[in-house]
Design a protein around this ligand. Structure first.
Ligand SMILES: NC(=O)C1=CN([C@@H]2O[C@H](COP(=O)(O)OP(=O)(O)OC[C@H]3O[C@@H](n4cnc5c(N)ncnc54)[C@H](OP(=O)(O)O)[C@@H]3O)[C@@H](O)[C@H]2O)[C@@H](O)CC1
Ligand SMILES: Nc1ncnc2c1ncn2[C@@H]1O[C@H](COP(=O)(O)OP(=O)(O)O)[C@@H](O)[C@H]1O
Length: 271
């Protein structure tokens, strides 16, 4: 079935007139090292634009100066090691965590993913947060109990689940195997849930084939999940809004433009 707004529009977070930023959720994005901060910044801005009340980049103290200088509404949380990240994850006001964009294929990234999952957080795992489990994917699947969204492109998908031969069947099998919602990116994006739900986001503009657009998509999903949206609905809404933002912006799109087109897309959706 095609991914159309009527399928998730009622679940899209709506503002309460007497609400505060704390009612809109807090999304934490894991930041990469000092030379690779752009991807997490794109994700964090996307999470904020889609409506999360607070967004923080959790980063190593060695890269703090870059994030702190570059970010404005997005906050920073220095975390020097796994224990500090576990302490951050114990904050019940943090309602979603996004890990992976340019995080690094390192033991630290793997440990932080496992820590967020063991804390029971709603998580979006993208890019390096998937690749770090390529030698033993069951190490990841075994700790998935909370609402989790995996957002691989075909290269990342093949590292965890094997080569893609049938995009819909493979995404569904991956969701059932991992216990997570799987969003398999591509010109047509497949979103599959462990319970058998599956939608295809068709006809996204090819202008999305640009560096960092997947980081923005992960940020949209994380921002929606932080607001309490069901993980499958959040994945479908994020994929649709991502494509629509590209359509609205038109030619010459770079990843930075996607978040800036979100207000227009939300207005058209009646938000
Ligand atoms: N601004 C920033 O800071 C940005 C930082 N970024 C960060 O860079 C890091 C590396 O991420 P990455 O995705 O570029 O590389 P990687 O994980 O090696 O996989 C690529 C290999 O997989 C394969 N492949 C198959 N199908 C594919 C497909 N549909 N789309 C893409 N690849 C596909 C293909 O193999 P081939 O088919 O060529 O043999 C290809 O060689 C990661 O941390 C990411 O977050 C980026 O987000 C960009 C913006
Ligand atoms: N030809 C295309 N047409 C439509 N959408 C595309 C096309 N190529 C890629 N995309 C979309 O662009 C995004 C690319 O994400 P990803 O591969 O993770 O890139 P990055 O790592 O640079 O962020 C995905 O949402 C994917 O579905």
């Amino acid at each position: 079935m095609d991914n159309i707004p009527n399928l998730w529009l009622k679940a899209l977070p709506a503002l309460k007139s007497d609400g505060s930023k704390y009612n809109r959720g807090h999304c934490v994005v894991l930041g990469g090292p000092v030379a690779s901060t752009g991807a997490a910044r794109l994700s964090a801005r996307a999470a904020l634009r889609i409506g999360a009340g607070l967004v923080s980049v959790a980063c190593d103290p060695s890269s703090l100066i870059v994030y702190a200088t570059a970010l404005q509404a997005v906050m920073t949380k220095p975390v020097k090691d796994e224990a500090a990240f576990a302490e951050l994850m114990a904050d019940r006001r943090i309602t979603a965590v996004l890990l992976g964009p340019a995080a690094g294929i390192t033991a630290r990234t793997k440990a932080f993913v496992l820590t967020a999952l063991r804390a029971g957080k709603a998580c979006v795992l993208d890019a390096d947060a998937l690749t770090v489990f390529q030698d033993q994917p069951t190490e990841l699947f075994d700790v998935i109990r909370s609402p989790v969204l995996l957002t691989p492109h075909e290269g990342e998908f093949s590292r965890l689940f094997g080569k893609v031969t049938d995009r819909e069947g493979d995404a569904l099998r991956a969701a059932q195997q991992s216990g997570a919602v799987v969003l398999l990116k591509g010109a047509d994006t497949v979103i599959a849930a462990p319970d058998g739900r599956i939608l295809i986001n068709r006809a996204a503009p090819p202008t999305l084939a640009t560096a960092g657009s997947g980081d923005v998509l992960a940020g949209f999903a994380g921002g929606l999940m932080a607001q309490g949206m069901d993980v499958f609905d959040a994945a479908c809404a994020a994929a649709w809004i991502h494509a629509e933002a590209a359509r609205v912006f038109g030619p010459g799109l770079i990843s930075e433009d996607l978040s800036e087109a979100v207000p227009q897309v939300l207005r058209h959706l009646g938000r």
